[in-house]
Design a protein around this ligand. Structure first.
Ligand SMILES: *Cc1c(COP(=O)(O)O)cnc(C)c1O
Length: 224
């Protein structure tokens, strides 16, 4: 099936029509992104800074670039002038760096906090205590160049759909809990970035507002 056909198929399976489809184009060529763009997609996700920074100038300006991978502090500057949303913020130090680069680029950079929801040790993300320290601490109140729009999480890589559902459900519940706190003006918890090719349907049932789908659109990857 073509990229366009894959996209149509995926859209037809969505249970929440307002959920944003982010096409994860990592490792795929600019020509494949162009094909998805011509089929109407404007949101693309990459997990490597260099790859995103190389592809972006070759493609139309109205694309919204989502950084979905683990971001190193010394690389923020390469995407800060144009990135639309950084999904994987998992430390206060990274947030401080993004704020600093946002100031230099004279913009407010939108971020999601990545929460550790999987049982696997390897997945990145904040635990509840770290989350509390960031959202309710003093440091964030002094940052004028970041905005936190919600949470991102990756479920365990498993066939066990009950586990996946529980993890997504936990993320939604966690965000609902934090909405009750008096949060700084930099924070407005609305978005839940959860769901990939294998689990986006469960994620939507559990309240996802944005899904990050790669292989189901572009085909299998050799790496990553
Ligand atoms: C690669 C990746 C995806 C997309 O994965 P698929 O299984 O190909 O849909 C989504 N989120 C993150 C963080 C990724 O790294």
């Amino acid at each position: 099936m073509s990229i366009k056909e894959n996209l149509n198929h995926i859209k037809n399976t969505f249970s929440s029509p307002d959920c944003l489809l982010i096409a994860v184009s990592k490792t795929k060529p600019v020509s494949a992104i162009k094909e998805a763009y011509d089929a109407g997609i404007r949101d693309f996700g990459e997990n490597k800074v260099q790859e995103m920074a190389e592809k972006a100038p070759q493609l139309p300006d109205d694309i919204r670039w989502h950084m979905i991978g683990h971001l190193q502090r010394n690389k923020v500057k390469f995407i800060s002038p144009f990135v639309y949303l950084i999904h994987g913020v998992d430390s206060l130090r990274l947030l401080e760096q993004i704020n600093k680069e946002g100031q230099k680029a004279d913009r407010v950079i939108s971020c999601l906090l990545q929460i550790h929801i999987a049982k696997e040790e390897t997945k990145f993300g904040l635990d509840e205590q770290e989350l509390k320290e960031i959202l309710l601490g003093d440091a964030i109140r002094k940052m004028d160049h970041i905005h936190i729009g919600g949470f991102m999480g990756m479920a365990t890589y498993t066939e066990d759909t009950d586990t996946i559902r529980e993890e997504f459900s936990y993320l939604r519940t966690l965000m609902d809990q934090f909405k009750l706190d008096s949060l700084p003006q930099q924070v407005n918890l609305k978005e839940l970035s959860m769901g990939m090719s294998a689990d986006y349907l469960i994620a939507q049932e559990e309240g996802s507002t944005m899904v990050r789908i790669g292989s189901a659109i572009f085909g299998a990857r050799d790496t990553n």
